[in-house]
Ligand binder design. Structure first.
Ligand SMILES: O=C1O[C@H]([C@@H](O)CO)C(O)=C1O
Length: 549
């Protein structure tokens, strides 16, 4: 089946958290509509850029684009930007079932709300390893009042003007702006005059549950900065899917979720049906300075907007990394017939040090000392055409760093360089990547959700807080038995995360921190494999840099 969508991308004033501001919309909506398809279908999205002065490009997050690397939508890597007034058609097969996303992948444009969910169902007649009655999506976001333009210019400024913490959190694109200090103490200074949520601005309805029924909630996070904890008062959740892969069911009271991740959880409406319940999203891993988002799970028969009789839930301690690491480690692949056999050893092993450096007066992020800058000519075009000098093809990025002597508990002393480099991988090779976290220039160690385009990886291990990865000592900790497969994985504070993937998808693929400010500041890198096997590039991806049509 071929699904056709026609999207007009334009700025509209929206009041997602009851404060009116410009958001990038799809046919007037932000977040955009949920695309639904069945495994094996083709999705065709014709995108018209009606932004007056801004380019755009849309990435299909979690879709592997096998045979269609030019449709990955990563501006600077797989295509030129879509210019104002231009139209671009994305056409790709959704080859695996699961819960995915789409979102802008041009500069920091995703922050302005150009995003949504992409749900791929198993074909009729194909059984899933769990049963449920209804399917619901829950998209979690954070939200700023200042424009993306102001945020991006601030990050590129000297001194750095960081984006700061979000003003609101959103659940399915709805929130209620309330200054954090006022949600703690309504009588605090300035709170009486703060924009009190107007009557129509009460917490939104999440969905209505029929007592006894079981719901599959497809919970996804497309935050620009925040790590979150999601919970529904009084109801436990059984995690059954992560990033499109079935996992061994794990019952949780609340779900830690990082930007770019998706989970399916089963929730049974087995509580007191005479009242409604809070669904809540709370900031974790960064000092909490944003009022938690509330939505209402109502039981059939009740007013769906009637607030629960209980106080709003507080959420877990924002700075307790232990339960976050434990939940990451608790995920394993589901029963054997869903296990994709893990290659026993790698052909290439990368050890990547994540640091925040001062480079040329600017604060940036770097990987083994290299801070990513996107080239004017998309990598896919310059590599396919063998264009010399269109990116830094002279000095390959380092596969490792001086891990024996490096102190991960101190901010970096070396500066690093800003460059457009590429890790060239042998087609079909098995690649191990260990990401090593450190502390930033302000001595804080942050949580970075790393997302790989074009592939799923096995998550082999997470290191303990403060223990630097040592290849001689730690590779025997890798789980080669039942590792979960994902496309996005957390790198926890002062920790390390090991993943393995097979470079079997001809194309050029970005691997980056899914925090918009961080990838904008250079926290990413580019893999290339088998570009000579890529088919003829469509002219629609060209026209910028040296990619003349
Ligand atoms: O990239 C970042 O910059 C700031 C801080 O490290 C420097 O102001 C912050 O919290 C980040 O995540």
């Amino acid at each position: 089946k071929v699904h056709h969508h026609t999207w007009d991308i334009a700025y509209h004033y929206k009041s997602l958290d009851c404060v009116n501001k410009l958001a990038v919309t799809i046919n007037g909506e932000s977040p955009g509509p949920t695309i639904r398809a069945t495994q094996g279908d083709t999705v065709v999205v014709t995108v018209r850029n009606s932004l007056e002065t801004e380019n755009t490009g849309i990435h299909w997050h979690g879709i592997r684009q096998v045979g269609s690397p030019w449709a990955d939508g990563t501006v600077g890597v797989t295509q030129c930007p879509i210019l104002p007034g231009d139209t671009f058609t994305y056409r790709f097969v959704v080859d695996r079932p699961g819960t995915y996303f789409y979102h802008a992948h041009y500069g920091m444009q995703r922050v302005a709300g150009l995003d949504g969910m992409l749900v791929v169902s198993v074909p009729d007649g194909v059984a899933e390893p769990f049963a449920y009655d209804e399917d619901r999506t829950v998209l979690l976001m954070d939200w700023w009042h200042k424009s993306v333009y102001e945020q991006a210019v601030g990050l590129a400024s000297d001194p750095l003007v960081f984006v700061g913490e979000p003003q609101s959190l959103l659940i399915n694109g709805r929130g209620v702006f309330e200054p954090f200090h006022c949600s703690r103490a309504p009588s605090a200074s300035g709170c009486s005059s703060a924009p009190r949520p107007a009557a129509g601005c009460a917490p939104p309805a999440l969905f209505t549950a029929v007592p006894g029924k079981t719901y599959r909630l497809r919970v996804g996070s497309l935050t620009s900065l925040s790590a979150l904890n999601f919970a529904i008062e009084g109801h436990s959740m059984t995690v059954v899917e992560a990033d499109g892969h079935y996992v061994r069911p794990v019952v949780v009271d609340s779900l830690y979720i990082y930007s770019g991740e998706s989970y399916s959880v089963l929730l049974t409406a087995d509580q007191d049906p005479s009242r409604n319940y809070w669904a809540a999203s709370h900031v974790v891993a960064r000092e909490r300075n944003t009022t938690s988002a509330m939505a209402i799970l109502s039981y059939a028969g009740n007013d769906p907007r009637a607030p629960p009789p209980t106080p709003r839930p507080e959420g877990p301690a924002w700075d307790d990394a232990r339960p976050r690491l434990e939940q990451s480690r608790s995920l394993a692949v589901a029963h054997p017939d869903h296990v994709v056999p893990v290659p026993p050893r790698p052909d290439r092993a990368l050890l990547l040090l994540n640091t925040q450096n001062r480079i040329g007066g600017h604060i940036r992020w770097a990987i083994n000392g290299v801070s990513l800058a996107f080239p004017a000519t998309p990598y896919l075009v310059s590599i396919k055409r063998g264009l010399r000098g269109a990116y830094d093809d002279q000095r390959p990025p380092p596969d490792t760093y001086d891990y024996r002597s490096y102190d991960i508990a101190s901010p970096p002393t070396a500066n690093g360089t800003v460059a457009s480099k590429v890790y060239r991988l042998a087609l079909g090779s098995v690649v191990d990547v260990v990401l090593q976290n450190t502390v930033a220039l302000n001595n804080k160690s942050e949580t970075h959700p790393w997302h790989l385009h074009g592939h799923d990886f096995w998550v082999l291990a997470y290191g303990d807080d403060g223990k630097k990865f040592d290849p001689e000592r730690d590779t025997n900790k890798f789980n080669l038995r039942d590792p979960v497969m994902k496309n996005t994985v957390a790198l926890h504070p002062r920790g390390w995360t090991a993943v393995r993937f097979v470079a079997d998808n001809p194309g050029v693929w970005l691997f980056h921190c899914h925090i918009e400010a961080h990838v904008y500041m250079g926290m990413g890198l580019v893999f290339e494999e088998g570009v000579d096997k890529v088919g003829r590039l469509p002219k629609s991806i060209m026209g910028c840099g040296r990619s003349r049509t």
